[in-house]
Design a binder for this molecule. Structure first.
Ligand code: NDP
Ligand code: OXD
Length: 308
């Protein structure tokens, strides 16, 4: 009943220690040292091995080492193997910190002040209350909800958009295509925390971003392929959008000659908004192993028909 880890080897070594401590009965291997492939029942991976069905013929569960699962080729994953995304508090905390910082940066004009500092310009802008800043989060899942809870505590005027209806205290919830325009029209800072699926691919295009009020900003923490990058540049240059803070791009790493790097109103981070934390991730995986053995639903099981 081997558990195989296939992602960053340094993190794999930490997972190995944690498994040895908390689940010494589960043989734990780090790719490429997989021992007898027929013994591998569980795989935690960012990228599964090629020809998964043949390489690991007795696989029972595939765990993503991240919250996203768009990196998987579902056609290569046998239909009977459940896919489980990472649902653990460490990844949530990191995202809450990142998005809160990004929203404050935009609302409190820190990027304008950074530009002014370069010119030694001492020029005050009005201090606007948080309630006057309308934040809208695309995606009301594990991450979107946690981010909104924190932003609400800062006093922001909060809304969220999702596929199905949600009711969240202090958050104006919008659901489905029909409600998207109204959600965008009331949003000054748009945060993308959607999964990448065929329905959300290239969704952040000129048509959608153009429906934001003039002067709105974008915080993109989903996946690079949500965004039509040239459309964003055009809207920034036309003055329709104020700032774009991008943690994910296409491709990654972003090539050195890409215009985003030097654009005065774009900020780039290298896909670090959040990351799985081994201590809490291993806890979550062990809980799911327990559930799987008892025939119970696992936390974070992906619905293949929805694509997330
Ligand atoms: P969840 O699966 O918990 O939530 C997804 C949310 O998106 C749900 O609210 C869902 O709606 C909504 N959604 C999905 N498809 C659509 C659609 N077509 N139209 C409207 N709403 C839709 O995901 P997480 O919150 O855990 O993660 C979100 C994403 O964040 C990940 O998939 C990944 O891409 C990204 N991420 C980025 C990281 C980074 O470091 N930059 C780190 C971790 C994650 P409903 O509630 O109705 O199902
Ligand atoms: C994730 C990520 O999906 O790091 O966890 O992007």
């Amino acid at each position: 009943m081997t558990f195989l880890y296939k992602a960053d080897p340094a993190r794999g070594a930490v997972w190995a220690e944690l498994f040895a401590e908390r689940a010494p009965d589960v043989p734990f291997k780090v790719w490429p040292d997989l021992g007898d492939p027929k013994q591998v029942r569980y795989l935690a991976a960012w990228q599964p091995p090629a020809d998964l069905a043949r390489t690991l013929p007795n696989l029972e569960v595939l765990f993503s080492t991240g919250a996203g699962i768009d990196q998987f080729d579902f056609a290569a994953i046998p239909a009977h193997v459940p896919v489980v995304r990472m649902v653990e508090p460490g990844i949530v905390e990191g995202m809450v910190e990142y998005v809160t910082h990004a929203v404050l940066t935009i609302h409190r004009d820190f990027l304008d002040y950074a530009h002014q500092q370069r010119d030694a310009a001492w020029r005050e802008m009005p201090v606007r209350p948080a309630a006057s800043c309308r934040v809208g989060v695309l995606g009301l899942g594990m991450l979107g909800q946690a981010v909104l809870e924190r932003l609400r505590a800062f006093g922001y005027n909060c809304a969220g958009w999702s596929r199905s209806e949600h009711a969240i205290d202090g958050v104006q919830c919008y659901a489905g295509e029909g409600a998207l325009d109204a959600f965008l029209a009331r949003t000054d800072v748009l945060v993308c925390l959607l999964p990448l699926t065929p329905a959300t691919h290239h969704m952040l295009d000129a048509r959608l971003l153009g429906k934001l009020p003039r002067g709105a900003s974008l915080i993109q923490t989903g996946r690079g392929a949500h965004l039509v990058q040239d459309d964003l540049l055009r809207l920034l240059d036309a003055g329709h959008l104020r700032y774009a803070l991008l943690d994910v791009t296409t491709p990654e790493p972003l090539p050195a000659d890409h215009p985003f790097w030097r654009h005065p109103r774009v900020r780039i981070t290298p896909h670090v908004a959040s990351a799985t934390r081994p201590e809490t991730a291993v806890e979550a995986v062990l809980e799911n192993l327990r559930r799987h053995r008892l025939g119970q639903p696992m936390i974070g099981e992906v619905d293949r028909s929805r694509g997330y």
